[in-house]
Each structure stands twice: as structure tokens, then as C-alpha cells.
Ligand binder design. Structure first.
Ligand SMILES: [Zn+2]
Length: 305
């Protein structure tokens, strides 16, 4: 599909309405930083210091500036559907047709991928804003990944992802959808040991491109096939990133472009879009470009800012 938001400005999005209501702002002007600061300061009965107020305001500005890019912007929105039906005497049994949608590495009824109601999205915005306020109350600093540019990371994961219908190495026999000719083979030579399992490798490359600093534990040597275990192994990657406070757990609704997510089977992908209504990811194993997904209790989201 190719979809465009109905909202003509970010304040029309139910999610943003919920966010702004939480801090008693009915609208938002990019020029009125003082007004935002004043409203934020009041939300916590004046208990926030100046730095905390600035951090909450920065968070609001970050989210709304990020959303602005999606207004009046048509974008590809890819779904993978599986249709099943029972057969009787070579005929389809009426009422037995089921349409399932791929949701990362699980299948869900296709209805699960429809947008949530306005009320639900407004509640998401309100809850996420509450989370930002509580994060400041607990003294969270926003500066840990100061050099990380989520848009750059998203860009990288987008240009090296595609939507193949079979496997480059094994055709249809392995059941994996992978086209490694599309990968960044120039800078990161193919790492044969990984075979299909390139999901952490892609996410690491994108994080590095986005500005996250490599070190003696998390690294890849460019123009060779050398990668550290922490770079290519999903479990090691998660332990390293959370252990160094680069990643913080977040919600489905506040995981925006450049954030990462894990499934229950330890598959990792990068968020490509979250305009509050449409959520997409890029990934390898299976290779996926701007694939739609919905929340699941088995998914875990991490943000880097
Ligand atoms: Zn294969």
C-alpha cells in the first residue's frame, strides 16, 4: 500500500492530543518554547528543576519535530498476508477462509494490523507523556547517546533492506526471505558464518552509522568480514547496549524511527516509521523493508535517547 496521514498538522493526531493534554497544552507552536516550559513546570506541581523542565520540553519537541516529517507525505506500507482455507472435495469450505498477517516472526489475524481507535491512540500519547515525566522524576539524563542520529540509522537500515520472495542462497528450500546482494557488502564483507542470521549485524551497522561509538567489545572492521560477537549476536548485543545504558526500554507507541525492537525468539530489527498510526520496521532474516507491524506482548522496544 501507499498511505498518507489524514492529519494536516501534528496537533490533529490523536496521539499528540493525548500527549499535550497531559501537560495542559492545547496546541504546540515550535516558536513557543517558553510557553511549553511553563506548562511542563506546572504539571509536576513545580517540583521539577530547570534541567528537568528542559528535558521534558526537549522530549516533546523531539517527538513533534519527528512527526512533522510524516505530514502530507505518502509512504510505502508493506504487509505480508497468508490466506488459508479448508478444502473439501477440492472445493473451499465456505466460512473457512482466514487471513493472517505477518507480524515480525509471528502471524496474527489481519485485523490486528488495522490502526487503533482515536481514543486508544490518545491514551497512548497520554501514557507516554506520563512516562517521560516519571523518567525525569527519577533523574534520567538524556545525554547518554547525544551523538546518535536516529534518522541516519533509519536511513541506513532502509537502503540495505528489501522485500525478497525467496532466499539468495537456497531459493525456496530454506523458507527464509533473504537477498544479500542488497546488503552493504562493500563496507561489511559477507560474513559466511552468520548464514541467514544477519539481523543483529544489520542493526549494529545502522546504529554505528547513526553515530553510536564502537569500542573494543562492540565493533566491526570495515572492508573485512571481521565482526565482534557483540556486534552479530542478538543476546550479546542486547546485554551490551542495556548494560552501557545506551538502550532504555520503551513502549510500542514511543518507539520511533531509529529505535530497536526484539521479539520473543530474540530477533532484532530497527523501527523505520512511527507516525503514531503506522508502525514499520526494517530488518534482515527475513529481509524486510518498511514492513508494517502491530504490538505484541512478546515484543520489547528500546530507545536510544
Ligand atoms: Zn536460505
Amino acid at each position: 500500500m501507499n498511505t498518507t496521514l489524514k492529519a494536516k498538522k501534528v496537533e490533529d493526531l490523536p496521539y499528540v492530543k493525548g500527549m499535550l493534554k497531559k501537560v495542559n497544552l492545547s496546541d504546540f507552536s515550535y516558536e513557543s518554547k517558553a510557553k511549553t516550559d511553563e506548562a511542563v513546570a506546572k504539571t509536576n506541581n513545580g517540583k521539577f528543576n530547570n534541567e528537568q523542565v528542559a528535558n521534558v520540553s526537549k522530549n516533546i519537541d523531539f517527538r513533534l519535530s519527528g512527526l512533522k516529517q510524516y505530514i502530507n507525505q505518502a509512504a510505502d506500507n508493506n504487509f505480508y498476508l497468508k490466506v488459508t482455507a479448508d478444502l473439501s472435495n477440492d472445493a473451499i469450505v465456505q466460512g473457512s477462509i482466514k487471513i493472517l498477517a505477518e507480524n515480525l516472526d509471528i502471524y496474527v489475524p489481519v485485523e490486528k494490523l488495522l490502526p487503533k481507535s482515536s481514543a486508544e491512540m490518545e491514551a497512548e500519547g497520554s501514557n507516554d507523556m506520563q512516562f517521560v515525566i516519571e523518567e525525569q522524576e527519577s533523574g534520567y539524563s538524556l545525554s547518554l547517546c547525544g551523538d546518535y542520529n536516529p534518522s541516519d540509522a533509519r536511513y541506513y537500515s532502509s537502503i540495505y533492506s528489501t522485500n525478497p520472495t525467496d532466499c539468495h542462497d537456497h531459493g525456496t528450500s530454506c523458507g527464509i526471505y533473504q537477498d544479500r546482494e542488497w546488503w552493504n557488502n562493500y563496507a561489511y564483507n559477507y560474513y559466511a558464518e552468520l548464514c541467514h542470521n544477519d539481523c543483529a549485524d544489520l542493526v549494529s551497522q545502522a546504529l554505528s552509522y547513526g553515530g553510536l561509538p564502537e569500542d573494543g567489545t562492540w565493533y566491526a572492521t570495515k572492508y573485512t568480514s571481521t565482526r565482534s560477537l557483540t556486534w552479530v549476536n542478538t543476546g550479546y548485543l542486547k546485554n551490551y547496549m542495556t548494560g552501557n545504558d545506551y538502550w532504555r526500554t520503551t513502549t510500542y507507541s514511543s518507539a520511533t524511527e531509529g529505535a530497536v525492537m526484539y521479539t520473543a525468539s530474540n530477533h532484532v530489527v530497527m523501527i523505520a516509521q512511527n507516525d503514531t498510526i503506522t508502525h514499520q520496521y526494517n530488518g534482515h532474516t527475513n529481509d524486510r523493508y518498511r514492513a508494517n507491524f502491530s504490538d505484541s506482548p512478546s515484543f520489547v522496544y528500546y530507545k536510544l535517547w
